[in-house]
Design a protein. Sequence first.
Lengths: 279, 256
Amino acid sequence: MVNKNNVICLGVNELYQNKQIHYSPITLPTLCFFEFTQTLQDTVDNARELLFEKSIHEITIQTSQVNWYFNLTNRYHHNIQSLMHVDAYSISFSGMLRPYKQPHFTTAKISINQLKFNQIPINSINLDQLTTPLAKGLINKIKHLSRQYSEQEDLYYSIEPLVSHLRELDEKTAFDIHLDSDLQLGLLNKKGNEFYSKMETIETEINYLSEQLLYQIFGLKKGDWLSYIPANNETSTQLQFDHCRVYGNTLNIIGPCITKAGTLGKREQYINIEFGEEK
Amino acid sequence: MNIQKLISSVRQSKKLRPLNDFHRSPRSGIDVIDKEFNEALSLLKELFKQFKANGCKIDISFYGEVFVSLPASLHRFELAISNRPSIKNAENLLKNLESVQFIKLDSFDTDNTLVVSIKTIRSRAEWKHYSVSEFKSDYGLFAETILKELRQRVGYYSNQGPGERTVNHSSTEDKIAAIHYGGALYGSTSMLFYLSQHLRKVIYVSDLSINGNQITVNKSYPGDETNHYFGKKEDAFFKKYLFDYAAMSRDHDNNN
């Protein structure tokens, strides 16, 4: 079968990673062409799986499926080593001419969802899967961390007004009432900062765990399209998974909505998943 | 020169082709994917047979350019084999790409097929391209189509042609390209890298000579020249990549 209309044409920009080297404009291709074949799509899908499995931000793969066109010679140049960069949402290509060891030009990023031949599959969320032992384990961990988080939060906000008031005392008053400002303020400030950084650490951990929960239980990856019908509601919510957040016993999946026409909208949508109370 | 020799000099010059990537006016010749190189050579061989049968003169330059001239004519033609997409207007695509991330095209427009191209060596002459697949290995027909075009072109030209010219020389552009390529090859600690970075900032180079152990760069006006000294590594590099470098060095030695 001849796949029509699936050659992608991209502009090329210079890529600076070393300030000392100024690459000659002659060595910059004019356009980049590649055919989005099933093989390439599989490579991208595999790379994305790996991204979420190992919590990696970007994967770079050597590829030979791109052609670099030069306007100067009106032909393709072949002395080029090409790399494909895959992250959760998009791919891009970079390349280097033969003697160079580092890529020195790159293309724009293309959203993976926009590339696919077929309609983008919409995943649904089946809450029954939350009862598997793996899910339960992860949920318990998240709940535990969530409790720790609120404890820290309570502590932080109970001393926060004190600290801010102490900071407002001017030097003269502090001196007149013999308040050893350095010691008192310093100690409270230090505690406040400690609580805050601990909160941040726990938050990162919770985000990581909830992403893992969505990936391992529902097979959801960032950039995937999903739909969900809440138990008490008839209308379904459709969105592209962008990020997630935990509030108490609820996991929110947040991302831009999918319109009825099947394209990405501008409005943000939420899907709330209740973990339920512990027995 | 017999055909086998012509083909082997094309094969020999393949190692010099990377220079073209750093060249402001790249030389024509055979530029295909490695795995298609032998295919391109056998095509070239078949074309040469037909050209020879028609009494044409064929020359291969040091850098692997292919020159063909008709019998009893002094006009010479360049012949190139490369992978060209059939897009007509890259400028249009570039303009469209200013506002969108990417454009979807028909795979036909960007096909990576072998193309034989010819051009008269004459100012403002245009390339004419023939897709190899159109001729389905009918080399007789292919060569005849090309020869017909050459005869037609020669018929249009009023003068007798440029007269005998030598096939081989290293122009200032070749030398600059060699310096840029050498800079990329030997890395940021090398003398050629430094000179390559320096030359990027120079707007116009009127003359550049490489002699013995020094490179002299003449810029826009007389007297504005800089000298750059090089060692054995660069000497060996220039010997490989510049046609008359060895001859230039000999002259230099004789003068001393």
